[in-house]
Design a protein around this ligand. Sequence first.
Ligand SMILES: Nc1ncnc2c1ncn2[C@@H]1O[C@H](COP(=O)(O)OP(=O)(O)O)[C@@H](O)[C@H]1O
Ligand SMILES: Cc1cn([C@H]2C[C@H](O)[C@@H](COP(=O)(O)O)O2)c(=O)[nH]c1=O
Length: 220
Amino acid sequence: MAELRFYTGPMDSGKSTLALQTNHNHAARGRAGRIFTAHDRAGSATVSSRLGLTHDAVEVGPTFDFWRYTVDALTHGARIDYFICDEAQFYSAAQIEELAKIVDELQIDIFCFGILTDFRTRLFEGSARLVELADSTQVLQVEALCWCGKRATHNARVEDGIMVTEGEVIVVGDTDDQTPAALRPGVVTYEVLCRQHHRRQLTAARAKAVSLSAEPLPFA
Ligand SMILES: Nc1ncnc2c1ncn2[C@@H]1O[C@H](COP(=O)(O)OP(=O)(O)O)[C@@H](O)[C@H]1O
Ligand SMILES: Cc1cn([C@H]2C[C@H](O)[C@@H](COP(=O)(O)O)O2)c(=O)[nH]c1=O
C-alpha cells in the first residue's frame, strides 16, 4: 500500500538532506521518482541541502495541480513510483489533498518534508493539512538546538538584528548568516529557538547583550 508520509522539524534540522537521501535510496533500487519544491533558498526549481547536495525539482506554484500533472505523465506512458515534496509547508491545502488522492488512487508513495510552524508559531497551511491527512508524521531525529542548548522547536525571524512577530508569512531566508545586522540592513534571517526563548523573544544576540549589560552582583 502506498503511503503519504510527512517529515517535519524546524529550519536547519536536515529535512532537505533527508529528502535527497530518500530520493537517492529509492532511485538506487530502480524506482522512478519526481522531486518537487517551493521557494527553495537556492532558487526556483531546486532542492538544496546545507550539506551541499542539490537536485533539480519541479517548482510548485500556487496554481500547480499535482493530480493533473500526474495523470498527464501516466497517460503519456511515464512510470512514477514515488514523489519527494520539499518545502511542503508552502503548498496549499488543496495541493496536499491532491497528494493524498494520488497516494490512494494511483498507489504512488509520497514523502513530504517541511517546517510545521511559521515565525509567529502558527501552523503553515500545507503542514496543517499534512498533519490532518498523512499516514504518518515524524519529527526529524537530528535535534536543531537553541542557543541555550535545549531542543529548538520554533523558528524566529530576525530583521535588522531584531526578532519580529509580524509580517508576510513567506519570506525566504537562511539561518546561518553570521554577518553583523548593521552590515546587512533589511535582510531577513532566521534563528531556531526553544519555545521559552521564542516566547520571550530572546535570540542569541539579545541574550548576549542582556548578559553583558547586567549589573554584576555585589558578591560576584
Ligand atoms: N558543516 C557541517 N557539518 C556537518 N553537518 C552540517 C554542516 N552544515 C550543516 N550540517 C547539518 O545539516 C543540517 C541542515 O540540513 P538541511 O537539510 O539544509 O536542513 P533543513 O532542510 O531542515 O533546513 C544541520 O542541522 C546540520 O545537522
Ligand atoms: C519560519 C519561516 C520560514 N520561512 C522560510 C525561510 C526558508 O526559506 C524556508 C524554510 O527552509 P528550511 O529548508 O526549513 O531551512 O521557509 C518563511 O517563509 N516563513 C516563516 O515564517
